[in-house]
Design a protein around this ligand. Structure first.
Ligand SMILES: Cc1cc2nc3c(=O)[nH]c(=O)nc-3n(C[C@H](O)[C@H](O)[C@H](O)COP(=O)(O)O)c2cc1C
Length: 400
């Protein structure tokens, strides 16, 4: 059966390009159904879009014929991908806040399918803090974005970021989102970044992890089709394409968010979780003064890797830990597999510039082999590891 896209056309001048997009998708063998907002119909007619798709176009949440004919819930579910093009500032805001007062927004709220948005708007609208907040919210929910691109705007003389991606680019992103990677249907968890452990409301204990390696792994698993939850400590990194990010601060929050992501096929624990936290978090800022230098007593944090590795029936099929070592890397990593009960350890020597750097050099250690990988970009390490994970999970599935 051919793949099915539900195309939601929002109200921007670029709506005319969506007619071209319909043609491009159909040429690629994709079947297309169209929803248009009221505003979209000011720019292109349902008749034109309908002629291109060869069926009626859906426009009205409250139209009895349309609702009984297909209905907004079926529209939301009877597709493999929803593409929103043009994604107006208004549609992004509605989706980010869960509004559902017209057909397009109700479909976006009701769907359980992946969503790809192609925003277009005036550069000031795009740069506006409200739009940027909505963009970040939607990315964190796992929606995918293509564009907006930089260039000449429809308004005379305006240039900047806000142009809709070209129909071919949107088609390619849609085809990529529709493709069946080897991890299609598999659920993955990646933890990344540091944790921070509060001393008082303004001070904390943390570490130098940048989150780069974990984010790259989340991206690589998503590229292979996995449904990825990224539980991340504070970082400055953008959410990778198609990944759902849960932002946390402490080790205890990371454990809770990781358990909430179960059931899982694979868990890749890359985060640099603080081993210890202050025994007490002072409710108010500790004052400098008469009491002298405060002593900070520490207690052990929960061990997230060991907890997930020893879950019994609910254990992810494959649990991969990262080990940051500064000496005796392989011996320490083997000891860690035994102690934590995980399947693989990716061990890196962090005595150099690895933490925060762009490259990594790792050993992949499983129960029966050790592979030394050459030094390479963290993205390349991520792709190689994602490929190994795909190999292992598909072999496990065959053995069943
Ligand atoms: C000529 C014209 C062009 C517009 N272009 C855009 C646009 O590119 N992006 C956008 O977000 N809004 C644009 N708008 C504003 C939207 O049409 C308006 O916010 C509308 O309520 C969006 O409705 P919808 O999100 O339901 O489609 C434009 C309005 C006009 C009159």
């Amino acid at each position: 059966m051919s793949k099915r896209v539900l195309l939601i056309i929002g109200g921007g001048i670029a709506a005319y390009k969506s007619l071209e997009l319909i043609r491009r998708l159909k040429d690629a063998g994709v079947s297309v159904r169209v929803v248009m907002t009221d505003a979209a119909q000011r720019f292109v007619t349902p008749l034109a879009a309908g002629a291109l798709v060869g069926e009626r176009v859906f426009t009205d949440l409250f139209d009895q014929t349309q609702e009984f004919d297909v209905g907004h819930i079926r529209l939301a579910r009877e597709c493999d991908l929803i593409v929103v093009a043009p994604a107006t500032a208004d549609l992004m805001a509605k989706a980010a806040h869960g509004l559902a007062n017209d057909l397009a927004s109700a479909v976006l709220l009701a769907t359980d399918k992946p969503v790809l948005m192609a925003p277009v708007m005036n550069p000031h609208m795009w740069a506006n803090a409200a739009t940027q907040r909505n963009f970040a919210t939607l990315q964190a929910q796992g929606l995918r974005f293509i564009g907006p691109n930089e260039g000449e705007m429809a308004e005379r003389g305006e240039r900047g970021v806000g142009r809709m991606a070209e129909p071919e680019e949107i088609r390619d992103a849609a085809l990529a989102a529709l493709s069946d990677g080897p991890l299609k249907g598999k659920r993955a968890l990646v933890t990344a970044g540091p944790t921070i452990e509060a001393i008082d409301p303004v001070r904390f204990i943390s570490n130098r992890s940048s989150g780069k390696q974990g984010y790259a792994i989340a991206a690589a698993l998503a590229e292979l089709g996995a449904e990825v939850t990224l539980v991340s400590g504070p970082t400055n990194l953008p959410v990778p394409f198609g990944v759902k990010r849960i932002a946390i601060e402490s080790a205890r929050e990371m454990l809770e968010a990781s358990e909430a992501a179960l059931p899982l096929d694979v868990a890749v624990m890359v985060a640099a979780v603080a081993d210890w936290r202050p025994t007490k978090e002072a409710p108010t800022k500790i004052k400098k003064g008469a009491a002298g230098v405060p002593a900070i007593a520490l207690q052990e944090n929960p061990d997230i890797l060991a907890t997930l590795s020893k879950l019994g029936k609910k254990r992810p099929k494959l649990v991969v830990g990262f080990a940051a070592e500064t000496n005796d890397v392989e011996d320490n990593a083997r000891a860690k597999i035994a102690k934590k009960g995980c399947d693989w350890i990716v061990a890196n020597d962090v005595s150099g510039d690895v933490m925060g750097g762009a490259e990594n050099q790792v050993l992949l250690i499983t129960k029966d082999k050790t592979e030394a990988w050459p030094r390479m970009a963290k993205e390349a390490v991520a792709r190689k590891l994602a490929a190994e994970i795909a190999k292992s999970l598909t072999a496990k599935a065959r053995r069943k």
